[in-house]
Design a binder for this molecule. Sequence first.
Ligand code: NAD
Length: 297
Amino acid sequence: MDGARSEAGAGATIVGVIGSPVAHSLSPLLHNAAFAALGLADEWRSFAFEVPPGQAAAALEAMRLSRVTGLSVTMPHKADVAALVDECSDVARRLGAVNCIVNRDGALFGTNTDGEGFVSSLARGAGFAPEGRRCVVVGAGGAARAVVLALAVGGAAQVAVVNRTPERAYEAAELAGPVGSVVPLTEGSIAEAVAAADLVVNATPVGMAGVAGQTGGPGVWLVPPDLLEPGQVAADLVYAPRVTPWLAEAVACGATAVDGLGMLVHQAAAQLVLWTGVEPPVEAMWRAAEAASPREG
Ligand code: NAD
């Protein structure tokens, strides 16, 4: 992070993202677009820092030494950072994962904006609010857990988890408290859960570009998209490509689609508020994200 300090200048405020691999991360682009829109481009700069697996502690030490104001945290460091920061928000503690660090005069505060970013993306993309709604979440990894917790906190009537490994499904569903449940892995139970749902979320990497054997298709999808109907919302957390095969087929069946770019933009906007204390220029961040990741791409 010393390099970023020399490049940005001694007086600049530095933020960034740590991850591995991190080169493809859109976070610095989103942050820098926001700083430009706020007229802060000369004072605030965002960088991508490649931090190998297992090296999060060294990165946090460098953050303190180089007086880096804020860091976004991505794969594979979210759980490690939750154990390393000086203080965690309630959300980050419950998830056991931090996606945002705020440097408060050397004391590192960790939180997680993934869930609130997802809920904001539903509002913008489909005018959907979780309150009183029945939701199905496919997957039980880090992103799924953030979504399950945020939907329950948002007042969902039901958050049902579908996952290949039942133990992990139960752990994720527990985050939703009394409204959480696990869908048994039978065709009938899955069809029944989807038929009763207002929202179905793909929180697995199935459909993500470059993930071998995971481009989707019958036999790969736990929840076949042709179970969806008009009036239901289909959300996919994958944002490269913007339209996954699962999302495309759900739309062909009449569902309203929300792709993963919105979650990316809104979780970054929520981080920006924590670092700068000012209202983030969400539209400018959207324009930067859409230019980097067009819907056709
Ligand atoms: P993870 O590795 O923690 O969890 C992946 C989950 O998917 C696990 O529950 C796993 O069992 C399940 N899974 C994997 N392959 C599967 C298959 N073939 N069939 C059924 N289930 C399968 O990953 P994560 O961090 O939770 O990320 C999941 C996806 O969400 C990734 O594609 C990631 O890029 C995306 N994501 C997007 C955003 C965003 O801002 N849009 C944020 C976080 C994650």
